[in-house]
Design a protein around this ligand. Sequence first.
Ligand code: GDP
Ligand code: CA
Length: 317
Amino acid sequence: MTGSGRRVLALSGGVGGARLAKGLADVLPAGALTVAVNVADDFVHLGLAISPDLDTVMYTLADVVNAETGWGRKDESWTFMAALEQLGGECWFRLGDADLAVHVERTRRLALGEKLGAITASFCRRLGVTSEVLPVSDDKVATMVATPEGELAFQDYFVRYRCEPETLGFRFLGAEAARLNPRLLAALDDPALDVVVIGPSNPFVSIGPMLAIPGLSDGLMRCRAPVIAVSPIIGGRAVKGPAAKMMRERGIEPSPLAIAGEYGSLLDGLVIDEIDRAEAERIRGPRIRVTETLMRGENERRRLAQDVLAFAAELPR
Ligand code: GDP
Ligand code: CA
């Protein structure tokens, strides 16, 4: 299936995409995986440059992630947060002590003019990550969420207001002027590329802002490898986060069919859960693979990754 020298490219937001990326990294030869990650959740908080999705992917691949939450670090301590709270500081976005070091160091290096991609690569090397982790762009992109009460910055919507406001639409500030990470373009054009896997991430606010950067959709359409998505919707619900709620707010029934509709002709294949088997025949366009898609632990993660790779090998170029 994936012989030596073959390559896999994954697109990821935070938790869902990171879990599948970890499964892929575990079953592929070291260095075969490139993960391109959303940066439109990134924001400056307490003066620090925070990249939530990049850090989730990095921590997950490095095996230092908090497995319960899917974000932040395991064995974390919270001395900084408690001290900040005592001072009446802003505590709605939780930053653990070890996590804080990443944001401080990233902020320092960005201020010196280093690119986000180079900083990420250096952190990943230090943490022992053997996959290539790429911010989709070194430029700033920011998701804005339209709600009945006005537009919200993404982390205000997502964390401060816990995804409670109704969503009316999304804008990705800076996306049109952003340049795709050149290493991502190289990965797409690599003749050794076997498959592009769009992880089970939120299609609207994790993958959507990546696709809004000029060149990525075209690159996916053009690339010779099959493009496969894994549905983040299982049995009408998102495993985590607001993907299903966002679909209902658009007047769409949350389902793998809606995921297929969202990605349209980009997809050659779609992986859906056993529980949604009956949906398979309603989906027009991509080939469908039905399997267990819930990743509760390491074994399920690896099994799904194997399945995705086997599916890719069956698809025509
Ligand atoms: P975020 O940045 O942390 O919100 O990350 P993502 O967009 O990557 O992840 C959120 C999406 O991951 C949600 O829509 C979830 O349904 C999906 N997700 C999380 N865990 C799993 C899983 O084990 N299996 C599947 N199929 N989807 C998952
Ligand atoms: Ca995210």
